[in-house]
Write a protein that binds this ligand. Structure first.
Ligand SMILES: *[C@@H]1O[C@H](CO)[C@@H](O)[C@H](O)[C@H]1NC(C)=O
Ligand SMILES: *[C@@H]1O[C@H](CO)[C@@H](O)[C@H](O)[C@H]1NC(C)=O
Ligand SMILES: *[C@@H]1O[C@H](CO)[C@@H](O)[C@H](O)[C@H]1NC(C)=O
Ligand SMILES: [Zn+2]
Length: 599
């Protein structure tokens, strides 16, 4: 996602070359090679560029399917092999190391992007500037065989020292016997909280502008007026490549504030819109501030516990560890400091020690009820900073800290609600494996893990010890409609404060905004979508109940189809066929990175 635009530039670059006359192209290339003292195979550079492109876009959440297909076709045609790739990377690295190489690469990328008379012409310069530091960092610091393994996974052997395995020292206290969570007696106190995530509010959202623009994000004030009415961005949002207008955000907040009597709020990240080619640190600071202000306006006395998303940084996904903050473009202390300022509205200062270090924290919010907010951006190779050396080895010591927090919680008979942005199957394997060990070890202590990032609403769990689910994960529902989704949020009920409470989740009730309907009627009416207890016939949201539920998906077709509708917040009501069902169930059960055992 972060490199999408640079990648787009490369595509456009290729397209531009195809359109330029052969003579023009030769002249251009000769000039390029003269400037850079590099005379190696030009075709090869293009092919390697294409590989970068596919890798980059493969991670993207703003790549449209038609572009992805086109890209795969181009890669297939290029006949790339591991050997060719290494030769190509070598050539590019020589260019990078030559005098002024960075500038040459940058200038050419911008020039070629503009030359093609491309839709995103106005975007070219910004996009190249936005992402170049991370690209240069991996090009400077990885060997060709490492880069090519990363680019071509299945075709190249993994270099021995690349992304080494690592283990977080775990507790020496033996795991206590399994202690299932039971339903509390009726009449015991409860707590209610709002869960929302992936707000992706676009302050430049403009109803009436076209929702069919050629940039990755549409419905914005710079977009053209549409040719036909049906292409116009709606007042409350749009199913196409658009993020959320502020009025929809505020409508949700006032709905909840007026009706639900909530005790606290959980938000699992991603505040800004998807205009990732044009986000400065000032933009991101401004968006975080707006989010904070909106919450304080609508919920002046309700505490908010947040996790940091991959979109909070500038550029998107840029989460380098402190050890490389001296690298150009790597210093993200401004983000950690801004998160600290925002979160300190709701969290005691003494619990915020690690926010300035890595945007993670833990805080006790009721006697025996603890929230742990993790920064799972440190688990992902979408942050290219982590690909070098041992940068990916437990960045900022977060997992070691997490294991310690969990042991202390167990010692104190506390219950822990884990919140984080990214579901862990998208993590790098060592991070995911270590995390998984911790989750299994402390299964008695964990209430649930709440994630975002996917924009949909999904269950997430894994069979572990003795054929039981050790801890549940719940993804979303995301707030943004991006793409082809309705907008949604959830109200959870949990066991409240009383002697011996385990604060188990009792139910989750989802609400959605039917975007078609809201736009048609010019008014937003949030509707109840479903609740686990009422509509899925479970007793509560504990691991054994959710395991039974997922088992029933196999045989109860109607139940499964209704789960499928809920994934898109009632946007996609089509029948989920056998293949669709298989992949949906596989998504539910896959919790660990590189685990295909359920698919
Ligand atoms: C690098 O190039 C610049 C101008 O392009 C020149 O002024 C400088 O002397 C060169 N440096 C080296 C080490 O060649
Ligand atoms: C980039 O963002 C700035 C500030 O929001 C805006 O003025 C400018 O038009 C944007 N440019 C592009 C190409 O999106
Ligand atoms: C959403 O609203 C449209 C227009 O009123 C309606 O046709 C559609 O059935 C609604 N969807 C759901 C899930 O109710
Ligand atoms: Zn995300």
């Amino acid at each position: 996602m972060k490199y999408l635009l640079l990648a787009t530039l490369l595509v456009l670059y290729l397209a531009a070359l195809a359109e330029t006359s052969v003579v023009d192209r030769k002249l251009r290339v000769q000039q390029f090679e003269k400037d850079s003292d590099v005379t190696e195979d030009y075709e090869l550079k293009r092919k390697v560029g294409l590989l970068f492109l596919r890798k980059i876009l493969g991670q993207g959440d703003i790549l449209r399917p038609e572009k992805e297909k086109e890209l795969d076709r181009l890669v297939e045609q290029s006949g790339m092999t591991c050997t060719l790739c290494k030769a190509g990377v070598d050539v590019i690295q020589k260019l990078l190391h030559s005098n002024g190489g960075e500038d040459v690469i940058t200038a050419i990328a911008v020039e070629v992007c503009e030359l093609g008379n491309i839709e995103d012409r106005r975007v070219c310069k910004l996009a190249v500037e936005e992402f170049k530091q991370e690209v240069f960092y991996v090009l400077f610091n990885l060997q060709p065989d490492e880069l090519c393994y990363w680019l071509l996974k299945n075709q190249c052997r993994k270099p021995a020292d690349f992304l080494p395995n690592w283990v977080v020292t775990s507790s020496t206290t033996p795991q206590p016997p399994y202690k299932p969570r039971t339903n509390p007696a009726s009449g015991t106190p409860t707590l209610k909280f709002l869960f929302f995530t992936d707000m992706h509010m676009d302050v430049r959202y403009a109803p009436g502008r076209t929702a069919k623009c050629r940039e990755p994000l549409c419905c914005r004030d710079n977009d053209a007026l549409p040719d036909q009415e049906s292409d116009a961005a709606g007042m409350w949002g749009d199913y196409r490549h658009c993020d959320m207008p502020q009025n929809t955000v505020e409508s949700m907040m006032s709905q909840v504030a007026n009706n639900d009597g909530i005790d606290f709020i959980i938000f699992t990240g991603d505040i800004p819109a998807h205009n990732v080619w044009n986000q400065t640190k000032e933009d991101q600071i401004d968006k975080l501030q707006r989010w904070t202000d909106l919450l304080k306006k609508h919920f002046p006395t309700t505490p908010v516990y947040a996790a940091v998303g991959n979109h909070e940084s500038a550029p998107v996904n840029s989460y380098p560890p402190h050890s490389i903050f001296d690298q150009p473009g790597a210093d993200t202390q401004w983000l950690l400091d801004t998160l600290y300022d925002s979160w300190s509205n709701w969290i005691p200062e003494e619990d915020m020690g690690f926010v300035k270090q890595g945007a993670f924290y833990t805080t006790l919010i009721r006697p025996g009820l603890r929230v742990v907010s993790l920064n799972t951006n440190y688990c992902s190779d979408d942050s290219w900073w982590l690909l070098v050396g041992t940068n990916a080895v437990d960045p900022e010591g977060q997992l070691k800290w997490f294991a310690g927090v969990m042991q202390a919680a167990e010692d104190n008979d506390e219950n822990v609600l884990i919140i984080s942005h990214r579901p862990t199957d998208g993590c790098m394997k060592p991070w995911s494996d270590n995390y998984y060990e911790i989750i299994n070890r402390y299964q008695n202590t964990i209430i649930a893990q709440l994630f975002g990032h996917a924009h949909t609403g999904q269950l997430y769990n894994d069979i572990t010890q003795e054929d039981r689910v050790s801890a549940i994960g719940l993804i979303g529902p995301g707030f943004t409609t991006y793409s082809n989704l309705n907008s949604g949020y959830r109200i959870y009920t949990m066991e409240g404060e009383y002697e011996g409470s385990r604060y188990s989740l009792l139910d989750g009730e989802s609400y959605y905004l039917n975007i078609t309907d809201a736009n048609m009627r010019g008014e937003a009416t949030w509707q109840r979508e479903y609740s686990f207890v009422d509509d899925y016939d479970v007793i509560n949201l504990t691991p054994p109940e959710l395991k039974k539920l997922v088992d029933r998906f196999d045989s109860d077709e109607q139940l499964f189809q209704s789960y499928h509708n809920h994934i898109t917040k009632m946007e996609d009501l089509s029948d989920c066929d056998v293949t669709c069902k298989q992949s949906t169930l596989c998504d539910i059960k896959t919790f660990r990175a590189d685990d295909n055992s359920f698919c």
